[in-house]
Design a protein around this ligand. Structure first.
Ligand code: THU
Length: 296
């Protein structure tokens, strides 16, 4: 799914990565016959309130607004009407534009706090809900509501995101987030991009890539980038780290093993390479059996 982002407030890239994965899963779950796209705007409560008043006559802020570009017949969603989808194919863009999604970051943050899960999870939930509307689902009547909820659940559980409970981010999602982080690697000296996605015990995911430096020793590995981001945001317990490299397995280096062992000496380590073709799993206690500890 081609997502075009606009934002009137700064948004963390980790949020966008999980949303992209969720959108791709939505397209798959719906069985869209052609590539599709949507415009996603992030704003604050004030802006969404204005839009809500202007387009829906409801003068209050809300979490998400959906503006479908295609008029679907009742009960016939995008996957069931490929002919209609085809009529909306834009050869210049190479996709069918499904419509606009507007998300209030104020609501997103409040709701994430209320549900006790990450902002990325809430963002994925709101986007999936809205994309379902853009694909022709609705929840005005009981019957269609059940169908919409089922579709949302199908999409969200495939990416390891559910709104209730504490369903962990799936390995598949974590590996995809590591591969996504790898695309932001800064490695002009080694040409060896690495990406990491670190799952904290509280459900948050932190991404990291390797960042090299002309003074080679100043380079930081992908795993430590993710770790320092996490610890500086208050996370100290970790469940899994996924590490992605291009052609050869990227087991963490000695410094990263020692660094991770400070916080989670038995963290699960997943490595993936070959564009997700290969996946191996290990435990830090096996990779670093005698970590250094300061003992009096
Ligand atoms: N690198 C990592 O990101 N993680 C590791 O565990 C080992 C190495 C990076 C550092 C450098 O940018 C490149 O890989 C080649 O050493």
């Amino acid at each position: 799914m081609k997502l075009e982002w606009t934002m009137s407030l700064p948004v963390e890239p980790g949020l966008l990565s999980l949303m992209q994965i969720a959108a791709d899963q939505a397209a798959r779950a719906e069985g869209l016959a052609l590539p599709c796209g949507a415009a996603v705007r992030f704003c604050g409560d004030e802006e969404i309130r204005t839009l809500n008043a202007q387009y829906r006559g409801v003068d209050r802020a809300t979490d998400v607004l959906s503006f479908p570009a295609i008029g679907w017949r009742k009960g016939i969603t995008a996957g069931k009407d490929p002919a209609r989808l085809k009529r909306h194919f834009d050869p210049e863009e190479g996709c069918c534009f499904l419509g606009d999604v507007v998300i209030s970051l104020d609501h997103l943050r409040d709701q994430a706090r209320q549900f006790g899960h990450s902002e990325a999870r809430e963002a994925a939930y709101l986007l999936v809900h809205s994309l379902c509307h853009l694909m022709g689902y609705d929840h005005m009547e009981e019957e269609e509501k059940t169908v919409m909820r089922e579709k949302e659940e199908e999409i969200l559980s495939a990416v390891g995101v559910t709104r209730e409970g504490k369903a962990a981010v799936s390995d598949e999602t974590l590996l995809a987030l590591a591969r996504d982080a790898m695309t932001r690697s800064y490695s002009p000296y080694s040409h060896y991009p690495v990406g990491a996605a670190l799952l904290a015990a509280d459900g948050r995911v932190f991404q990291g890539c390797n960042i090299e430096n002309a003074s080679f020793g100043a380079t930081i590995c992908a795993e430590r980038t993710a770790m320092v981001k996490a610890v500086s945001e208050g996370a100290r317990q970790f469940e899994t780290i996924a590490i992605a490299t291009r052609d050869t397995p990227g087991w963490p280096c000695g410094i990263c093993r020692q660094f991770m062992s400070e916080f989670s000496p038995d963290i699960r380590v997943l490595v993936t390479w070959g564009d997700g073709k290969y996946i191996e799993e290990g435990r830090l206690s096996t990779l670093l059996p005698h970590q250094f500890e300061l003992k009096e």
